[in-house]
Design a binder for this molecule. Sequence first.
Ligand code: PLP
Length: 406
Amino acid sequence: MTTTATQNFLAQRVLGAKPSATKEMTQLANQLRLEGRDVITLSQGEPDFPTPEHIREAAKAAIERNESKYTEVAGTLALREAVVRKFKRDNGLDYSPDQIQVGCGAKQVLYNALQATLNPGDEVVVPTPAWVSYPEMVLLAGGRPVIVRCGASTSFKITPTQLEEAITPRTKWLMLNSPSNPSGAIYSHAELAALGEVLLRHPHVWVMADDIYEKIRYDDTPFATPAMVTPQLAARTLTINGVSKSYAMTGWRVGFGAGPLELIKAMNLVQSQSTSHTSSISQAAAVAALDGPMDFLPGFVDSFRQRRDKVVAALQAIKGLTCDVPPGAFYAFPGCQGLLGTRDQSGNLIETDTDLALYILRTAGVAVVPGSAFELPGHFRVSYAASDTELVEAMRRIAAACSALR
Ligand code: PLP
């Protein structure tokens, strides 16, 4: 088949969606590396620590016990019970095991929920900057992402007024992510309560709370999640979390969601006709993660905090960039408006954040992700989940590249 014939063969909803920009930048960086360039990748969102030993041991034991058969679609009962304990212990939320779905990462749980609930044209409010996959997953499910841009002036968070204005009779979901990828912003208890008040006035709108970065926070403020803050909302809230970020388990592919039984049942139907479930061995490892000691976590968080402080200070010192100190996750999200409209050494115009990210990659050999990928142009995202040596060198190179712009 020719390319055009193949293009015609593809589904409209797939043609309308974009591949993940973070993965694309990483691929471009890998390509340059293959060409012999020395490239530092700060475009990936994963901890660089090894998975803690007791979790690895639990996986080995599961292999030795020959836990190699299909599991229940929703996840093993042992894991769902461990998830129930996690939500009770950490968030004060009460669920039964049949209100839990385990998927191949939080990503699949989000995807299942959108597939299970969206009819063509249904709207999903996505406050941005937001994780690159939210709008695309909504599109793939036939829905319409309603992008609400939330800039530095509101610490990258949606306000009750913005939410009120975004809601229409077609709105199905509000997607909230705290701590946020890419801004690191965290919604306080009071901010969630104020958003909850708006939602209580609109009973047709449900909340998808993506708490995947819950454990990566740098101050002592207690963590808040919508179902806990506004209990009346729990019956229309899907609370999503997982082991990828908190336990350095991105490749194991285990995430989970908790919500009303009928929603979880519909999500299980979607999963039963796609992946069935995530790996049985990964599920055994996740039980050990959730029920096991957390003594490794302060070390992870301290290490991220030190890197954050160095990276943010380095970015703040670059003329043309602005950067707030992010309270959570492992990303910095500097504003780069001050560098747009400049020209590089060959006279090429740096018009957009994407031009700047590509310039930084080609000239400095550092891969970052433009803010427009997260639906908030005029910024870029730096992941500081990288080694200290790489970060110091990357900041030196970014500073040199930016100061060469005229
Ligand atoms: N949600 C957010 C906001 C993320 O940034 C990511 C990963 O980058 C995920 C969900 C997916 O996590 P998982 O590895 O559990 O699929």
